[in-house]
Ligand binder design. Structure first.
Ligand SMILES: [Zn+2]
Length: 267
């Protein structure tokens, strides 16, 4: 009897330990999930409840459209020199012309994303399935070159004003994630250090407001020389750059607040 009681006691201790371990594990995993969650959550401040997308834990996201170009290698060198990351929304034909640098982007951990094939409004917005077909084609080229099947896309000139509800639905149905931006560097429009000044001010303002800006830039040779000034600012401020991922809640335009202001924007 004494032996059995001892065994029972041991059994109870073992069960107790198991329960404690399970609880600890559950708590640990649960806490982690919560922290890593990319889903929109409700945040309450000053009595106002609002939906806010939660981005990954970086301060800002640099994105480069229209590449790759013959100077993309130099662009990667500059980003590496500053130990910064960026996401590239690339055009199919440009990837075919510069496949070496696309492979390098993958190897060095940059974000790989799609910008279609034609970059012509009369082509990519010519019918309900046209944007989908361009993105599928660009996706296949990127996958052939890198093995990465990216579903991150950005429409030329942004999803407003050209993308119709039907086009958007067709893209979403195939799993594409439509990214716009919330800071337009205006690099292509200003073409000189004014775009750097403008971008630095916007970044500082947004981060001070607790937002993680997604910055639109262009992978074009004539703009690369201005980049070190912007990256020096980011570094001096101690901001951390990250890449966009499949799990993140995309920043997407809603007509209000943009349609009237940037109809002819360069995306
Ligand atoms: Zn573009």
């Amino acid at each position: 009897m004494a032996r059995r009681r001892r065994l029972n006691r041991r059994g109870k201790i073992a069960v107790g330990l198991l329960v404690a371990l399970t609880a600890a594990l559950f708590f640990f995993l649960g806490g982690n999930d919560k922290e890593e969650s990319q889903k929109p959550v409700k945040s309450a401040s000053a009595g106002v409840v609002e939906e806010k997308p939660i981005l990954e834990k970086s301060d800002l996201y640099l994105t480069f459209d229209d590449g790759p170009s013959e100077e993309s290698g130099r662009l990667l060198d500059i980003l590496n020199e500053f130990n910064m990351k960026a996401t590239f929304f690339m055009l199919g034909p440009h990837m075919e012309n510069h496949s070496e640098v696309v492979k390098r982007m993958k190897e060095e951990g940059f974000g790989l994303a799609l910008h279609g094939t034609s970059h012509q409004t009369e082509e990519i917005y010519s019918g309900p399935l046209a944007p989908l077909h361009e993105m599928v084609e660009a996706q296949a080229i990127l996958e052939e070159q890198t093995g990465v099947k990216s579903s991150l896309i950005r429409l030329p000139y942004g999803s407003v004003p050209y993308l119709t509800v039907e086009m958007r639905g067709n893209l979403s149905q195939k799993g594409f994630r439509i990214w716009d931006w919330d800071i337009d560097s205006r690099d292509w429009e200003l073409k000189d250090e004014r775009f750097i000044q403008h971008t630095m001010e916007r970044i500082e303002h947004m981060i001070a407001a607790g937002e993680a800006p997604v910055v639109l830039l262009h992978d074009r040779p004539e703009l690369i020389d201005y980049l070190p000034e912007l990256l020096t600012f980011i570094k001096d401020k101690g901001y951390k750059t990250g890449i966009l991922t499949q799990e993140m809640q995309p920043v997407t335009f809603h007509c209000e607040g943009r349609c009237h202001a940037y109809v002819a924007n360069e995306g």
